[in-house]
Design a protein around this ligand. Structure first.
Ligand SMILES: [Zn+2]
Length: 316
């Protein structure tokens, strides 16, 4: 029986093990699921429990797992292990929950036989922070909106460092030892924990422009030691011409917008002693810009939240 989870821990489930094998890894900046803007109300949660009961939990031991699953934001796509039919389970209508599915019995839409799905992905924190802003704007809490927008950038930068330096390296690593994974996560956390918006933005731009992509945790460890200075003020500026040299046109456009984004300056004016109270247009402009830049980069750089999405699939 585990005690209360460490806030820096994240439960990571493996796909297709059949045994619900769980690893606990340290993941600074993890998503607090309770803060998810799309969390369901009690009536939907009840529906979820009802569905679980009606599926017959005593029989779950004999129900096979889907071996080919692709969770998306709106749907959970899973291949039936009985008839190989592709099933699309809509989260709102079919699964009746927006909570990540860690284990669930579903019925094949083609052959109507039961099978299990698991290993859901969850939304990245930056997307949730930006989603929260709609409510702040509606309530005219523009200061809070600006704070969340700036935080969304910082969380995004941290998320990218984890994906690019650790998750993708771990997925390609021959050994794939969770102890090595945890060690490198700790190394990265120690390196960047004092980094604020500007050094994190520079690190992000540098890694993308230079296409840094370690293919093992040993390489990742070396890259973190080599590329990330000990002091935030030592992270070098990324010149505009370095970004201009990026061959992927849409990515280049997003990087240039990111380089010019000034949400951090607006945030500093709100936070610091003048306690600036932004107008609607200031808050909305910062939010719209962050949404376009960060969601664009999330798509362009093929980012998902958990480490498991990157495992076993070429090109992720
Ligand atoms: Zn089927």
């Amino acid at each position: 029986m585990r005690g209360l989870p460490d806030p820096r821990e994240q439960l990571v489930r493996t796909f297709g093990t059949g045994g619900g094998e769980t690893w606990v890894v340290s993941a600074p900046g993890r998503v607090n699921l309770k803060a998810h803007p799309l969390l369901v109300g009690p009536e939907q949660a009840e529906g979820e429990r009802h569905n679980d009961r009606s599926s017959g939990s005593r029989k779950d031991m004999t129900v096979p797992y889907s071996r080919n699953m692709d969770p998306t934001y709106e749907n959970f796509i899973a291949e039936c292990p009985h008839c190989d039919a592709g099933n699309t389970f809509n989260r709102a209508s079919d699964l009746r929950t927006f909570r990540p599915i860690d284990l669930r019995t579903v019925t094949c839409q083609a052959c109507h036989r039961p099978f299990m799905i698991n290993g859901d992905v969850i939304n990245a924190a930056h997307e949730m922070l930006l989603s929260d802003c709609y409510a702040f704007i509606e309530r005219k809490q523009y200061m809070q909106c600006v704070l969340s927008v700036a935080q969304a950038y910082e969380v995004f930068f941290s998320h990218f460092l984890h994906v690019q330096l650790i998750y993708r390296a771990f997925a390609k690593d021959d050994n794939r030892d969770p102890r090595d994974f945890n060690r490198v996560v700790k190394q990265l956390y120690d390196r960047v924990r004092r980094f604020t918006f500007e050094p994190m933005r520079r690190l992000f731009l540098r890694l993308v422009v230079d296409k840094v992509a370690p293919t093992s945790l040993a390489q990742a460890e070396a890259a973190i030691a080599a590329l990330l200075p000990g002091r935030p003020q030592d992270v070098p500026h990324v010149p505009r011409q370095d970004i201009e040299a990026v061959s992927d046109g849409p990515l280049k456009a997003l990087l240039l917008r990111l380089r010019a984004a000034d949400a951090n300056n607006l945030r500093n004016r709100v936070v610091h002693k003048d306690a600036h109270r932004p107008r609607l247009d200031e808050a909305k402009r910062a939010h719209d810009e962050a949404w376009e830049i960060l969601c664009g980069l999330t798509t362009r750089l093929r980012l998902r939240y958990g480490v498991n999405w990157y495992i076993g699939k070429a090109g992720r």
